[in-house]
Ligand binder design. Structure first.
Ligand code: ADP
Length: 410
Protein backbone atom coordinates (compact mmCIF):
# COMPACT_ATOMS: atom_id res chain seq x y z
CA UNK A 1 0.00 0.00 0.00
CA UNK A 2 1.21 3.48 -0.71
CA UNK A 3 0.72 6.26 1.84
CA UNK A 4 -2.56 7.47 0.31
CA UNK A 5 -3.98 3.99 0.51
CA UNK A 6 -2.71 3.55 4.05
CA UNK A 7 -4.41 6.79 5.03
CA UNK A 8 -7.73 5.56 3.67
CA UNK A 9 -7.26 2.25 5.42
CA UNK A 10 -6.40 3.57 8.87
CA UNK A 11 -8.81 6.53 8.84
CA UNK A 12 -11.60 5.13 11.06
CA UNK A 13 -9.15 3.65 13.57
CA UNK A 14 -7.06 6.82 13.68
CA UNK A 15 -10.07 9.04 14.27
CA UNK A 16 -11.47 6.70 16.91
CA UNK A 17 -8.18 6.49 18.78
CA UNK A 18 -7.48 10.21 18.75
CA UNK A 19 -11.08 11.06 19.72
CA UNK A 20 -11.05 8.54 22.57
CA UNK A 21 -7.77 9.80 23.89
CA UNK A 22 -9.00 13.40 23.85
CA UNK A 23 -12.55 13.18 25.09
CA UNK A 24 -14.30 11.86 28.13
CA UNK A 25 -18.06 12.34 27.56
CA UNK A 26 -19.72 10.64 24.59
CA UNK A 27 -21.35 13.88 23.37
CA UNK A 28 -18.06 15.65 23.36
CA UNK A 29 -16.47 12.76 21.51
CA UNK A 30 -18.90 13.21 18.61
CA UNK A 31 -17.92 16.81 18.35
CA UNK A 32 -14.25 15.91 18.41
CA UNK A 33 -14.89 13.37 15.74
CA UNK A 34 -16.29 16.01 13.37
CA UNK A 35 -13.29 18.22 13.93
CA UNK A 36 -10.92 15.31 13.50
CA UNK A 37 -12.64 14.24 10.24
CA UNK A 38 -12.06 17.72 8.94
CA UNK A 39 -8.41 17.66 10.01
CA UNK A 40 -7.92 14.24 8.46
CA UNK A 41 -9.37 15.37 5.11
CA UNK A 42 -6.90 18.23 5.06
CA UNK A 43 -4.07 15.93 6.13
CA UNK A 44 -4.81 13.69 3.15
CA UNK A 45 -4.80 16.73 0.86
CA UNK A 46 -1.46 17.80 2.33
CA UNK A 47 0.01 14.34 1.66
CA UNK A 48 -1.36 14.19 -1.89
CA UNK A 49 -0.17 17.65 -2.88
CA UNK A 50 3.01 17.67 -0.79
CA UNK A 51 1.94 20.98 0.65
CA UNK A 52 1.47 20.97 4.46
CA UNK A 53 -0.24 24.38 4.32
CA UNK A 54 -3.52 22.54 3.66
CA UNK A 55 -3.93 22.12 7.42
CA UNK A 56 -3.60 25.85 8.05
CA UNK A 57 -7.32 26.62 7.88
CA UNK A 58 -8.36 24.12 10.54
CA UNK A 59 -5.52 25.16 12.85
CA UNK A 60 -6.47 28.77 12.40
CA UNK A 61 -10.12 28.04 13.27
CA UNK A 62 -9.17 26.07 16.37
CA UNK A 63 -6.92 28.82 17.63
CA UNK A 64 -9.19 31.78 16.87
CA UNK A 65 -12.52 30.31 17.94
CA UNK A 66 -11.75 28.35 21.06
CA UNK A 67 -15.37 28.09 22.15
CA UNK A 68 -16.40 26.51 18.85
CA UNK A 69 -13.71 23.97 19.18
CA UNK A 70 -14.14 21.27 21.75
CA UNK A 71 -10.74 20.07 20.71
CA UNK A 72 -9.18 23.15 22.12
CA UNK A 73 -11.28 23.21 25.26
CA UNK A 74 -10.65 19.57 26.01
CA UNK A 75 -6.93 19.81 25.59
CA UNK A 76 -6.26 23.42 26.59
CA UNK A 77 -4.11 24.06 23.48
CA UNK A 78 -3.74 22.86 19.96
CA UNK A 79 -0.13 21.82 20.35
CA UNK A 80 -1.23 19.29 22.94
CA UNK A 81 -3.88 17.95 20.53
CA UNK A 82 -1.35 17.67 17.74
CA UNK A 83 1.08 15.87 20.02
CA UNK A 84 -1.67 13.45 20.92
CA UNK A 85 -2.28 12.84 17.18
CA UNK A 86 1.42 12.06 16.65
CA UNK A 87 1.37 9.61 19.56
CA UNK A 88 -1.74 7.87 18.29
CA UNK A 89 -0.28 7.68 14.77
CA UNK A 90 2.83 5.98 16.20
CA UNK A 91 0.73 3.52 18.17
CA UNK A 92 -1.48 2.72 15.25
CA UNK A 93 1.45 2.29 12.87
CA UNK A 94 3.18 -0.06 15.30
CA UNK A 95 0.13 -2.17 15.98
CA UNK A 96 -1.76 -2.25 12.64
CA UNK A 97 0.85 -1.81 9.87
CA UNK A 98 3.85 -3.64 8.53
CA UNK A 99 7.23 -2.17 9.36
CA UNK A 100 7.62 -0.94 5.78
CA UNK A 101 4.17 0.75 5.78
CA UNK A 102 4.75 2.24 9.21
CA UNK A 103 8.04 3.81 8.12
CA UNK A 104 6.46 5.20 4.99
CA UNK A 105 3.49 6.64 6.82
CA UNK A 106 5.53 8.23 9.59
CA UNK A 107 8.13 9.53 7.13
CA UNK A 108 5.32 11.34 5.27
CA UNK A 109 3.22 12.50 8.19
CA UNK A 110 5.89 13.62 10.66
CA UNK A 111 7.07 16.62 8.58
CA UNK A 112 3.42 17.67 8.22
CA UNK A 113 2.85 17.39 11.98
CA UNK A 114 6.07 19.34 12.65
CA UNK A 115 4.83 22.02 10.30
CA UNK A 116 1.38 21.97 11.99
CA UNK A 117 2.90 22.31 15.47
CA UNK A 118 4.88 25.29 14.35
CA UNK A 119 1.85 26.87 12.69
CA UNK A 120 -0.41 26.18 15.70
CA UNK A 121 2.08 27.82 18.06
CA UNK A 122 2.11 30.83 15.77
CA UNK A 123 -1.70 31.10 15.60
CA UNK A 124 -2.06 30.57 19.33
CA UNK A 125 0.39 33.34 20.07
CA UNK A 126 -1.52 35.63 17.72
CA UNK A 127 -4.81 34.80 19.46
CA UNK A 128 -3.32 35.42 22.88
CA UNK A 129 -1.79 38.69 21.80
CA UNK A 130 -5.20 39.80 20.46
CA UNK A 131 -6.86 38.72 23.72
CA UNK A 132 -4.31 40.53 25.87
CA UNK A 133 -4.59 43.66 23.70
CA UNK A 134 -8.36 43.60 24.23
CA UNK A 135 -7.87 43.26 27.98
CA UNK A 136 -5.42 46.14 27.90
CA UNK A 137 -7.86 48.31 25.96
CA UNK A 138 -10.57 47.49 28.52
CA UNK A 139 -8.24 48.31 31.37
CA UNK A 140 -7.25 51.56 29.70
CA UNK A 141 -10.93 52.48 29.37
CA UNK A 142 -11.44 51.83 33.09
CA UNK A 143 -8.39 53.88 34.02
CA UNK A 144 -9.58 56.74 31.84
CA UNK A 145 -13.01 56.68 33.51
CA UNK A 146 -11.36 56.64 36.92
CA UNK A 147 -9.15 59.51 35.91
CA UNK A 148 -12.18 61.49 34.69
CA UNK A 149 -14.06 60.90 37.96
CA UNK A 150 -10.99 61.91 39.92
CA UNK A 151 -10.73 65.18 38.04
CA UNK A 152 -14.43 65.84 38.52
CA UNK A 153 -13.98 65.07 42.21
CA UNK A 154 -11.21 67.65 42.34
CA UNK A 155 -13.32 70.23 40.52
CA UNK A 156 -16.39 69.65 42.74
CA UNK A 157 -14.29 69.63 45.91
CA UNK A 158 -12.46 72.79 44.82
CA UNK A 159 -15.80 74.46 44.11
CA UNK A 160 -17.13 73.45 47.54
CA UNK A 161 -14.00 74.72 49.28
CA UNK A 162 -14.09 77.98 47.35
CA UNK A 163 -17.58 79.00 48.49
CA UNK A 164 -16.79 79.28 52.22
CA UNK A 165 -13.40 80.81 51.43
CA UNK A 166 -15.11 83.57 49.44
CA UNK A 167 -17.45 84.10 52.40
CA UNK A 168 -14.55 84.40 54.81
CA UNK A 169 -12.72 86.78 52.49
CA UNK A 170 -15.81 88.99 52.20
CA UNK A 171 -16.42 89.13 55.95
CA UNK A 172 -12.79 89.85 56.81
CA UNK A 173 -12.69 92.68 54.24
CA UNK A 174 -15.80 94.16 55.87
CA UNK A 175 -14.25 93.71 59.31
CA UNK A 176 -11.18 95.62 58.14
CA UNK A 177 -13.40 98.49 56.91
CA UNK A 178 -15.36 98.54 60.19
CA UNK A 179 -12.18 98.42 62.25
CA UNK A 180 -11.11 101.57 60.37
CA UNK A 181 -14.43 103.37 60.94
CA UNK A 182 -14.86 102.00 64.48
CA UNK A 183 -18.48 100.71 64.16
CA UNK A 184 -17.74 97.83 66.52
CA UNK A 185 -21.43 96.97 67.03
CA UNK A 186 -21.53 95.12 63.71
CA UNK A 187 -18.47 93.08 64.59
CA UNK A 188 -20.40 90.14 66.16
CA UNK A 189 -22.40 89.49 63.00
CA UNK A 190 -19.27 89.56 60.91
CA UNK A 191 -17.40 87.23 63.24
CA UNK A 192 -20.37 84.84 63.06
CA UNK A 193 -20.09 84.96 59.29
CA UNK A 194 -16.39 84.11 59.39
CA UNK A 195 -17.05 81.29 61.86
CA UNK A 196 -19.75 79.91 59.60
CA UNK A 197 -17.37 79.81 56.68
CA UNK A 198 -14.71 78.11 58.78
CA UNK A 199 -17.25 75.55 60.01
CA UNK A 200 -18.21 74.66 56.45
CA UNK A 201 -14.59 74.35 55.44
CA UNK A 202 -13.88 72.12 58.40
CA UNK A 203 -16.87 69.90 57.62
CA UNK A 204 -15.68 69.40 54.04
CA UNK A 205 -12.10 68.70 55.05
CA UNK A 206 -13.30 66.27 57.76
CA UNK A 207 -15.42 64.46 55.17
CA UNK A 208 -12.42 64.17 52.87
CA UNK A 209 -10.34 62.71 55.69
CA UNK A 210 -13.10 60.23 56.57
CA UNK A 211 -13.40 59.11 52.97
CA UNK A 212 -9.68 58.47 52.81
CA UNK A 213 -9.81 56.53 56.11
CA UNK A 214 -12.66 54.39 54.79
CA UNK A 215 -10.88 53.92 51.47
CA UNK A 216 -7.76 52.68 53.15
CA UNK A 217 -9.63 50.50 55.65
CA UNK A 218 -8.33 52.63 58.47
CA UNK A 219 -11.64 53.62 60.02
CA UNK A 220 -11.39 52.33 63.58
CA UNK A 221 -14.56 52.11 65.64
CA UNK A 222 -14.87 52.88 69.30
CA UNK A 223 -17.48 50.37 70.52
CA UNK A 224 -19.62 51.63 73.38
CA UNK A 225 -23.13 50.90 74.59
CA UNK A 226 -25.50 52.75 72.26
CA UNK A 227 -29.27 53.26 72.14
CA UNK A 228 -30.65 54.14 68.70
CA UNK A 229 -33.59 56.13 70.09
CA UNK A 230 -31.08 58.27 71.94
CA UNK A 231 -29.11 58.93 68.73
CA UNK A 232 -32.25 59.91 66.83
CA UNK A 233 -33.53 62.16 69.62
CA UNK A 234 -30.20 64.02 69.52
CA UNK A 235 -30.40 64.24 65.77
CA UNK A 236 -33.96 65.58 65.94
CA UNK A 237 -32.80 68.27 68.34
CA UNK A 238 -29.93 69.19 66.03
CA UNK A 239 -32.13 69.29 62.94
CA UNK A 240 -35.20 70.91 64.42
CA UNK A 241 -34.09 74.30 63.11
CA UNK A 242 -33.76 73.03 59.52
CA UNK A 243 -37.01 71.05 59.51
CA UNK A 244 -38.96 73.94 61.07
CA UNK A 245 -37.48 76.33 58.54
CA UNK A 246 -38.61 74.01 55.74
CA UNK A 247 -41.99 73.32 57.42
CA UNK A 248 -41.20 69.62 57.33
CA UNK A 249 -42.55 67.05 59.78
CA UNK A 250 -39.99 64.89 61.52
CA UNK A 251 -41.78 61.71 62.63
CA UNK A 252 -39.52 59.69 64.93
CA UNK A 253 -41.31 56.43 65.68
CA UNK A 254 -40.42 54.28 68.69
CA UNK A 255 -39.62 51.17 66.71
CA UNK A 256 -38.88 47.74 68.25
CA UNK A 257 -35.23 47.55 69.25
CA UNK A 258 -34.71 51.31 69.31
CA UNK A 259 -34.54 51.25 73.11
CA UNK A 260 -32.28 48.21 73.20
CA UNK A 261 -28.64 48.62 74.19
CA UNK A 262 -26.23 47.56 71.48
CA UNK A 263 -22.50 47.93 71.13
CA UNK A 264 -21.52 50.28 68.35
CA UNK A 265 -19.55 53.45 67.73
CA UNK A 266 -22.18 56.00 68.78
CA UNK A 267 -20.41 59.01 67.29
CA UNK A 268 -19.85 57.34 63.96
CA UNK A 269 -23.43 56.06 63.81
CA UNK A 270 -24.63 59.56 64.63
CA UNK A 271 -22.56 60.84 61.70
CA UNK A 272 -23.89 58.14 59.34
CA UNK A 273 -27.54 58.82 60.22
CA UNK A 274 -26.92 62.57 60.18
CA UNK A 275 -25.78 62.38 56.54
CA UNK A 276 -28.88 60.40 55.58
CA UNK A 277 -31.23 62.67 57.50
CA UNK A 278 -29.73 65.88 56.19
CA UNK A 279 -30.13 64.53 52.66
CA UNK A 280 -33.76 63.66 53.43
CA UNK A 281 -34.30 67.27 54.48
CA UNK A 282 -32.29 68.62 51.56
CA UNK A 283 -34.09 66.64 48.86
CA UNK A 284 -37.63 66.99 50.24
CA UNK A 285 -39.67 70.06 49.31
CA UNK A 286 -41.09 72.41 51.93
CA UNK A 287 -43.95 70.91 53.91
CA UNK A 288 -42.72 67.34 53.32
CA UNK A 289 -42.37 64.53 55.78
CA UNK A 290 -39.43 62.54 57.16
CA UNK A 291 -40.16 59.30 58.98
CA UNK A 292 -37.65 57.34 61.03
CA UNK A 293 -38.83 53.82 61.75
CA UNK A 294 -37.38 50.36 62.12
CA UNK A 295 -37.80 46.76 63.12
CA UNK A 296 -36.01 43.95 64.87
CA UNK A 297 -34.77 41.09 62.71
CA UNK A 298 -32.94 37.96 63.89
CA UNK A 299 -29.48 39.27 64.86
CA UNK A 300 -30.07 42.68 63.29
CA UNK A 301 -31.87 45.98 63.70
CA UNK A 302 -33.15 47.60 60.54
CA UNK A 303 -33.62 51.36 60.57
CA UNK A 304 -35.53 53.07 57.76
CA UNK A 305 -35.40 56.76 56.97
CA UNK A 306 -38.18 57.67 54.63
CA UNK A 307 -38.86 61.02 52.98
CA UNK A 308 -41.42 62.51 50.63
CA UNK A 309 -38.75 64.08 48.44
CA UNK A 310 -37.67 64.02 44.83
CA UNK A 311 -36.64 60.34 44.88
CA UNK A 312 -33.71 58.59 43.24
CA UNK A 313 -33.75 56.88 39.85
CA UNK A 314 -33.17 53.12 39.87
CA UNK A 315 -29.81 53.40 38.12
CA UNK A 316 -28.56 56.00 40.62
CA UNK A 317 -29.56 54.07 43.73
CA UNK A 318 -26.19 52.31 43.85
CA UNK A 319 -24.11 55.09 42.28
CA UNK A 320 -24.90 57.56 45.08
CA UNK A 321 -22.95 55.41 47.54
CA UNK A 322 -19.86 55.25 45.35
CA UNK A 323 -17.29 57.86 46.24
CA UNK A 324 -16.32 58.96 42.77
CA UNK A 325 -19.39 57.51 41.10
CA UNK A 326 -21.84 60.25 41.86
CA UNK A 327 -19.29 62.97 41.42
CA UNK A 328 -18.53 61.76 37.90
CA UNK A 329 -22.10 62.67 37.07
CA UNK A 330 -22.56 66.35 37.63
CA UNK A 331 -26.36 66.08 37.50
CA UNK A 332 -26.22 63.99 40.67
CA UNK A 333 -24.38 66.60 42.60
CA UNK A 334 -26.65 68.36 45.01
CA UNK A 335 -25.59 71.94 44.46
CA UNK A 336 -26.31 71.73 40.75
CA UNK A 337 -29.51 69.78 40.93
CA UNK A 338 -32.50 70.82 42.98
CA UNK A 339 -34.18 74.00 43.98
CA UNK A 340 -34.25 72.69 47.54
CA UNK A 341 -30.59 73.63 47.73
CA UNK A 342 -27.91 72.33 49.98
CA UNK A 343 -24.25 71.77 49.20
CA UNK A 344 -21.61 69.29 50.17
CA UNK A 345 -18.99 67.69 47.99
CA UNK A 346 -21.10 64.52 47.66
CA UNK A 347 -19.19 62.46 50.18
CA UNK A 348 -22.00 62.02 52.72
CA UNK A 349 -23.42 58.69 51.57
CA UNK A 350 -20.08 57.02 50.83
CA UNK A 351 -19.09 57.91 54.40
CA UNK A 352 -22.37 56.57 55.80
CA UNK A 353 -21.85 53.33 53.88
CA UNK A 354 -18.25 53.08 55.13
CA UNK A 355 -19.38 53.51 58.74
CA UNK A 356 -22.29 51.07 58.51
CA UNK A 357 -20.17 48.45 56.74
CA UNK A 358 -17.38 48.85 59.31
CA UNK A 359 -20.02 47.82 61.87
CA UNK A 360 -20.76 44.73 59.80
CA UNK A 361 -24.03 46.19 58.54
CA UNK A 362 -25.51 47.20 55.21
CA UNK A 363 -27.09 50.31 53.74
CA UNK A 364 -29.16 50.76 50.60
CA UNK A 365 -31.66 53.12 49.05
CA UNK A 366 -35.12 52.37 47.73
CA UNK A 367 -37.17 54.70 45.56
CA UNK A 368 -39.69 54.50 42.75
CA UNK A 369 -37.64 56.95 40.75
CA UNK A 370 -36.55 60.54 40.48
CA UNK A 371 -39.28 63.10 39.87
CA UNK A 372 -39.03 66.64 41.15
CA UNK A 373 -42.72 67.40 40.63
CA UNK A 374 -44.38 64.12 41.65
CA UNK A 375 -41.91 63.57 44.52
CA UNK A 376 -42.08 59.77 44.88
CA UNK A 377 -39.81 59.89 47.95
CA UNK A 378 -36.94 57.68 49.05
CA UNK A 379 -36.34 55.15 51.79
CA UNK A 380 -32.86 54.56 53.15
CA UNK A 381 -32.41 51.23 54.90
CA UNK A 382 -29.67 50.68 57.46
CA UNK A 383 -29.13 47.18 58.76
CA UNK A 384 -27.01 46.97 61.92
CA UNK A 385 -25.87 43.82 63.68
CA UNK A 386 -27.49 43.53 67.08
CA UNK A 387 -24.23 43.33 68.99
CA UNK A 388 -24.97 42.78 72.65
CA UNK A 389 -21.29 42.31 73.49
CA UNK A 390 -18.43 44.59 72.58
CA UNK A 391 -16.11 42.99 70.03
CA UNK A 392 -13.01 44.01 72.02
CA UNK A 393 -12.42 41.53 74.89
CA UNK A 394 -10.92 44.29 77.10
CA UNK A 395 -14.10 46.32 76.76
CA UNK A 396 -16.15 43.21 77.39
CA UNK A 397 -14.44 42.81 80.73
CA UNK A 398 -14.93 46.50 81.52
CA UNK A 399 -18.68 46.23 80.98
CA UNK A 400 -18.87 42.81 82.61
CA UNK A 401 -20.83 41.50 79.64
CA UNK A 402 -18.96 38.26 79.10
CA UNK A 403 -18.06 37.56 82.72
CA UNK A 404 -20.07 34.40 82.86
CA UNK A 405 -18.53 33.06 79.70
CA UNK A 406 -15.05 33.88 80.90
CA UNK A 407 -15.72 32.22 84.24
CA UNK A 408 -16.74 29.01 82.54
CA UNK A 409 -13.75 28.94 80.22
CA UNK A 410 -11.18 29.86 82.84
P1 ADP B 1 -24.43 65.43 48.52
O1 ADP B 1 -25.80 65.49 49.12
O2 ADP B 1 -23.45 66.31 49.21
O3 ADP B 1 -24.41 65.60 47.04
P2 ADP B 1 -24.41 62.64 49.32
O4 ADP B 1 -23.34 61.60 49.21
O5 ADP B 1 -24.95 62.87 50.67
O6 ADP B 1 -23.82 63.98 48.74
O7 ADP B 1 -25.57 62.25 48.34
C1 ADP B 1 -25.27 61.89 47.01
C2 ADP B 1 -26.43 62.12 46.09
O8 ADP B 1 -27.49 61.22 46.39
C3 ADP B 1 -27.05 63.48 46.21
O9 ADP B 1 -26.36 64.41 45.43
C4 ADP B 1 -28.48 63.24 45.71
O10 ADP B 1 -28.50 63.29 44.32
C5 ADP B 1 -28.77 61.81 46.11
N1 ADP B 1 -29.59 61.70 47.34
C6 ADP B 1 -29.15 61.39 48.58
N2 ADP B 1 -30.17 61.32 49.46
C7 ADP B 1 -31.30 61.59 48.78
C8 ADP B 1 -32.69 61.69 49.12
N3 ADP B 1 -33.13 61.47 50.37
N4 ADP B 1 -33.56 61.98 48.14
C9 ADP B 1 -33.12 62.19 46.87
N5 ADP B 1 -31.83 62.12 46.48
C10 ADP B 1 -30.92 61.83 47.41
Amino acid sequence: MNVSEILVEIRPAWIRRVANSLARGAGVRENFQEQLERFYDLLVQAVQTGDPAWVDSVLYDWSSAPTQSDLREGQKNISAVLNRMVMMTYELAREDLTEQEALELLGTLLPIFTYALDKAAHYETETRVAFVSNELADMQGKLERLDRSKSSFISVAAHELKTPLTLIEGYTAMMRDIAKSDQSSQMDTLIDGVNNGIRRLRAIVDDMIDVSLIDNNLLSLNFQPVWLNHIFQLLRTEMIGSTAHRKQTFDLRPFPGSDQMLFADGERLYQAFRNILSNAIKYTPDGGKIIVDGRLLPGFIEVTIEDTGIGISTQDQEVIFAKFGQLGNASLHSSGKTKFKGGGPGLGLPISRGIVEAHGGAIWAESEGHDETQCPGSIFHVLLPLRTEPPDPKLARLFGVTKEKEATTE
